[in-house]
Design a protein around this ligand. Structure first.
Ligand code: GLU
Length: 563
């Protein structure tokens, strides 16, 4: 327990109790805690009891948020003890065959930047590589030129860097076409694949009827010759495909002799000149095998692919990796479809890939969500196979744990009204930059008679307000018009009068500020120091955490992060 001074001990115990249970602690509980840990104090019961009352009053005077921050900074070990007992820390389940370390991969298609849906696979695979040691491969899966956005190669890498994943190497599938072609040849030689010239409709009918198409039984030599002809541009787009021999009696028609290669002439691939492209199931198996991938963690939507892919492993006599498929994750409230995002960006609906209405990593970053919070939220979701909906509240709670101890506090007055307070002297207010960290210092606000306060705070029932870190103000009403008079410094008076403690700004120091929230724009003013926090998350007191997005001579633009 931090500190040996009984006064400090009692304060910290009262504080810990309040953080743990909410509300104001009972004196008995606090005294019991301190006496238990420090039996030598038992002889001073009277003194301890008096000090406990003071300590409880001090704790009661703090807001819930300030209690957490104070405990975190004055007794981090007591704060940590709370989460050990109360936060059921979810540990990822063990993976079999992980004793010698793992090789895992994250395999996005470069169709746009990464979004919150990608974050789960990215973070879970990363966590396992960190847990067991090994390699973490970023594999850019760009063998479908119809789904490649040339800018996405770079964006994906940037997004992963932002997330802070331990990628050890990056491979791009379009660089590896010769490897796939070679494997296809081997597969044909082993009788595991054939070149099929049946038209799609006809093949589908045969497949439904569990009947082999005429190409299936072609001799290997014929298949090899046709395969070479494919590579030599001897066939046109749509004329042929390579199919993997599976089981025509498989109850799922989609498993029966699925395609592994196709010919495509348009659109051209932005990175390679190619005519024959592997389909996903083929290139994924080739790479998982040749890159030595030991464990694959991906969504349930890939279960059918896993089944398809096993046929290739069987034909080649290869060992399959360990697979885990996690459940679906519904994500509401943001746009996630890459094509919809792109359309919106092109027609000006969205300002770019980081428009805060989108679910991209860059939009989250712009709103002040930290990469650690994204990773922690994903690890908390884990690899369970139950379908779930993504909880923004959990992400915000994770983010708050990270930003709360670091974010400076400032006043932002939404929809301000200017009021003149009579009877008050000129005064300099010193407000703490962070309530839990006095060393960080204060910001100074010069009171000279007139201030801005939120219009919404002055309702006809209000008779007293307290301007935070300044003084109390009486509000008197005359035919619906309020007037404001100085009412002393005493915090106790303000409490007794149940006065709201509100944020304010000196008119001459107020900087115009726009706060963009999911519910629309708030216009108001903020402290001048906010201008120095460009790119940072700060707390606008009584409003919430915000990210300072833009600053110029005319003012500040901020994005609401969360409460
Ligand atoms: N690139 C594919 C995807 O993003 C395959 C990933 C995988 O095999 O796990 O869905």
């Amino acid at each position: 327990m931090a500190g040996e001074d009984p006064k400090e001990l009692l304060f910290l115990c009262a504080l810990q109790n309040a953080v743990k249970h909410g509300g104001v602690p009972q004196a008995g509980a606090v005294i019991g805690m301190v006496m238990g840990a420090h039996p030598e104090l038992r002889s001073k019961a009277k003194e301890v009891s008096a000090l406990a009352k003071e300590a409880i009053a001090d704790v009661a005077a703090l807001s819930a948020e300030d209690r957490v921050v104070t405990l975190q900074s004055r007794a981090p070990e007591m704060f940590a003890a709370l989460s050990e007992k109360h936060e059921h820390k979810k540990v990822l389940p063990d993976l079999e065959k992980s004793e010698k370390g793992v090789v895992m991969r994250f395999a996005p298609n470069p169709s746009g930047p990464l979004h919150i849906g990608h974050a789960r696979a990215a973070a879970l695979n990363d966590a396992y590589v960190k847990q067991y040691g090994g390699r973490y491969i970023l594999r850019i899966e760009d063998t479908d030129p119809k789904r490649v956005d040339p800018d996405a190669y770079e964006m994906v890498v940037e997004d992963l860097k932002w997330l802070g994943l331990g990628i050890t190497e990056t491979v791009t599938q379009s660089d590896r076409l010769p490897l796939y072609y070679d494997l296809c040849k081997q597969l044909i030689e082993r009788g595991g694949a054939y070149v099929c010239t049946c038209d799609n409709e006809h093949f589908k009918e045969l497949k439904q009827a569990k009947t082999a198409c005429p190409c299936r039984d072609q001799p290997v030599e014929k298949n090899l010759a046709m395969w070479q002809k494919m590579l030599d541009h001897g066939y046109k787009e749509g004329e042929v495909s390579v199919r993997i021999k599976t089981d025509l009696n498989n109850p799922d028609p989609a498993m029966r002799d699925y395609p592994a290669f196709r010919i495509l002439d348009s659109p051209p691939h932005p990175k390679v000149k190619a005519h024959v492209y592997p389909l996903m199931n083929f290139s994924v198996v080739a790479d998982d095998h040749f890159l030595g991938v030991t464990h694959v963690i991906r969504g349930k939507d890939h279960i059918a692919n896993t089944r398809r892919q096993r046929y290739i492993y069987d034909h080649m006599g290869w060992q399959v990796p360990v697979y885990r498929h996690y459940g679906r994750m519904g994500i509401e409230g943001v746009v996630l479809s890459t094509s919809q995002m792109r359309l919106g960006i092109n027609d000006g609906t969205y300002s770019g890939w980081d428009d805060i209405r989108l679910g991209t990593m860059r939009a989250l970053a712009r709103r002040g969500i930290s990469p650690e919070a994204v990773k922690n939220a994903m690890l908390a979701i884990g690899i369970g196979d139950t379908d779930i909906s993504f909880s923004w509240d959990n992400l915000y709670a994770e983010n708050k744990k990270i930003v709360d101890p670091t974010a400076n506090r400032y006043f932002f007055v939404p929809d301000p009204i200017e009021i003149t307070i009579s009877g008050a002297q000129k005064h300099t207010a010193h407000a703490m930059l962070h309530p839990g960290d006095a060393a960080r210092g204060t910001r100074t606000l010069e009171f000279d008679g007139t201030v801005l306060i939120p219009n919404s705070e002055i309702t006809p029932d209000v008779t007293m307000i307290r301007l935070k870190d300044l003084f109390n103000v009486n509000v008197t009403w005359d035919h619906g018009t309020p007037s404001f008079t100085f009412a002393g410094d005493s915090l106790a008076d303000a409490r007794a009068a149940k006065a709201r403690i509100i944020q304010w700004l000196p008119v001459q120091q107020a900087v115009p500020c726009k706060l963009l929230t999911p519910d629309g724009e708030m216009t108001g003013a903020c402290e001048p120091q906010v201008k120095t926090a460009l790119g940072k998350v700060v707390q606008f007191e009584r409003v919430g955490f915000v990210k300072i997005d833009f600053v110029d001579a005319d003012g500040v633009k901020a994005y609401f992060t969360h409460k």
